[in-house]
Design a binder for this molecule. Structure first.
Ligand code: IMP
Length: 430
């Protein structure tokens, strides 16, 4: 038995799509366990690009793909993504896609609320994707969510809608928005029920059966560990737990089901949205990384903030996720730079520290301590073995391993699947 969790080790957009796709060929089952359609995973297969937001990457390869209970599901988006992928020739049926019966739904009122909060002039703008993720999770914890299974019980759905609106309508009144009529919401849900219900399943049971049968399960994380609701740069985080432990809770498997945690990290750092980012470069270096790395969001098209590799943050996320090995991506973006900086510690109020404090105030006062390494002029793009890499690039990767205290298991040198240097196969590592 070998089950692998793939988790973003920075602020998301680390290039998980390609790595998950690469691993999903070796897996039998692929599971999403948190987040929703705020994620944006791009897979390039034989020159065709597939953009996934909600569906596990395994669907593109025909693997059994599961949207777990920890995910928040926008039923309208579900229908849209299904259509788009089918139009691209991907076969998706209940034979290869299942959705947890106990996954909460994202409704139009959640999207409205997310956008209204973000658009209001407030000092606490998070820079969300405005997909309704936060408000949907609030309702889950508040015990008033409409869940997938509720669509199968129209007789009791109205009572659940009224309970939900007893919370939302007063909020909407306060924001000067029109109240929602329960019947309108009921009709909206009934309209999508027939599309979504054929995929509904008791997915914890299906996963248990798969595990007992010896299937290889790949848990596909979305966003990144630094956006975790507990361990990220709160409040500038997403509303789910993005760290590896959530793979168990968000799918209904015990922690013992996880054998290997693969953290994905870029050879530099990016962030979308607001919040602290100690190594951010609002200068030529940042522009270089953004331009060469095509750093624009898949979901929102926003320009990503760019900066140097931060070994302190990575070390911290390795600890909280229990990361066994790193997949280092986008090394080729650094090709051509005269020098490359790495953050190896912080100075906070005159003292040296080796961790990211959890107070927002302290996070914004951090001054990175850098080491500078010589860059390389040759290209690393498309390298498939260490021998093809310039010596200075190898030195950079080896130094990262030393600084973070974890091995590089995979090195990705272009968006193409095969442009990958494999050091350790996470499914085979014991
Ligand atoms: P939300 O998840 O839409 O609530 O957004 C909360 C924060 O997470 C914002 O800073 C977003 O930019 C960020 N975020 C959400 N999803 C992603 C992602 O897939 N990649 C990178 N950042 C994300």
């Amino acid at each position: 038995m070998a089950n692998v969790v793939v988790v973003g080790a920075q602020w998301g957009d680390e290039g998980k799509g390609k790595i998950v796709d690469w691993l999903s060929e070796r897996a039998d089952v692929v599971v999403r366990y948190q987040g929703g359609h705020n994620a944006g995973h791009t897979l390039v297969i034989d020159g065709t690009s597939y953009k996934l937001s909600l569906f596990p990457s395994g669907v593109v390869r025909g693997k059994l793909s599961i949207i777990g209970n920890g995910v928040v599901v926008d039923p309208h988006h579900f229908v849209e993504e299904l259509k788009k992928l089918r139009d691209q020739g991907i076969k998706i049926t209940p034979d290869n896609l299942r959705i947890a019966e106990n996954a909460p739904l994202i409704l139009s009122l959640h999207r409205d609320l997310d956008a209204a909060r973000e658009d209001a002039t407030s000092s606490l703008k998070i820079g969300t994707t405005k997909r309704g993720i936060g408000p949907a999770y609030e309702d889950k914890v508040g015990r008033r969510s409409i869940r997938v299974m509720d669509l199968a019980e129209p007789d009791t759905l109205m009572a659940k809608i009224e309970r939900l609106l007893a919370h939302h309508n007063p909020l909407r009144r306060g924001m000067g928005k029109p109240e929602i009529d329960p019947k309108t919401l009921y009709d909206e849900l009934m309209e999508v029920a027939a599309d979504i219900l054929p995929f509904m399943d008791r997915t914890w049971k299906l996963l248990d059966e798969q595990r007992r049968a010896g299937s290889r399960i790949l848990f596909e994380g979305a966003q990144g560990a630094l956006l975790d609701n507990d361990f990220g740069t709160y409040p500038y985080v997403t509303s789910s737990n993005t760290i590896a432990g959530q793979a168990a809770t968000g799918s209904g498997m015990g922690p013992g089901a996880i054998n290997y945690v693969l953290g994905i990290a870029k050879a530099y750092t990016t962030r979308v949205g607001e919040g602290p980012f100690p190594t951010e470069q609002k200068n030529e270096a940042g522009e270089y990384l953004g331009t060469h790395g095509h750093e624009y969001g898949v979901v929102t098209g926003r320009k990503r903030r760019c900066g140097w590799f931060d070994a302190v943050l990575l070390r911290q996320m390795i600890a909280v996720c229990g990361i066994n090995g790193i997949a280092l991506t986008k090394l080729d973006v650094l090709d051509g730079l005269d020098e490359i900086k790495l953050c190896v510690g912080y100075e906070l109020d005159g003292k040296k520290i080796d961790y990211m404090p959890s107070s927002m105030g302290a996070q914004t006062r951090l001054k990175p301590i850098y080491e500078t390494m010589e860059g390389w002029k040759e290209t690393t793009a498309g390298a498939r073995s260490w021998a093809e890499l310039p010596a200075k690039a190898v030195k950079y990767v080896r130094h990262i391993e030393e600084l973070i205290g974890a091995p590089v298991a995979l090195l990705s040198t272009s968006p193409e699947r095969l442009d990958t240097i494999l050091v350790t196969d996470p499914f085979e590592d014991r």
